[in-house]
Design a protein around this ligand. Sequence first.
Ligand code: ZN
Ligand code: MN
Ligand code: MN
Length: 279
Amino acid sequence: MGGVRRLGYHISISGSMDLAFDRAREIGCTCMQIFPSNPRGWAVKELGKGEKEGFRRKGKAYNISPVFVHMPYLPNLASPKEDVYRKSVEAMKTALGRCNELGAEYLTVHLGSHLGTGVEAGRERVAAAINEVERSLGGVTILLENEAGQRNSVGSKLDELVDIYNSVSHKRVGFCLDTCHAFAAGYDIADRDVAKEVAETLGLERIRCIHLNDAKHELGSGLDRHADIGFGRIGRKGFESFFSVPGLKEKPMILETPLVETPKDARGELAAVRKMLGD
Ligand code: ZN
Ligand code: MN
Ligand code: MN
């Protein structure tokens, strides 16, 4: 597969959303992920004057695409609490609206927690939520992200993701495969055969993004703690083996290792990843 390697980070939107592109370009990203608003709140403030235009203009000018918008943390699409569920569905509609304003292609969603009501009930609520937002999709495709195996989580097992996919009535949906989450949930993706099976279970063509994160804790820990690439339990060799599965290394990739809290040599890390990929 020719073309530009699509590799980037989750980038801060602080100040103005279009500034994310400047930050991304500065460190050499060719795609990026952002939050649509403050990730720890429900409120979404309106875009400032020129913010939308600036965003669209810079995306083209810098050739940074696709843009993945990641849902904020508070919504829980699997919640058995009616008020939280309703609020969460509305939050997804709002996020889709923001994606369409900005011209972002993908909305990445976590499937949330069933809070002890069982994975099947949780799965049904998530699928219903994704069906309900069909009319708000515009040009956006929703990506279901695998979870790390936390207690009561929906979507830590890949079969759950596939079941939800199959229960969605529209087909504007795909998967985001997070390597740290998969490893934490017990899939040893550092083993080529396991990685191959993971890709086959989800369906290679339905994986639209890879969250490229190393894992701080051991296989099956259930802990969502990312490590810098090559410095966690997956390790450089593990990633090289993962990427030897045909098709995986052509996917757009987003690193979600902290940039803001831990300033680091992001350019250096991207270069190391490119080397790992054989670029
Ligand atoms: Zn995520
Ligand atoms: Mn992720
Ligand atoms: Mn995570």
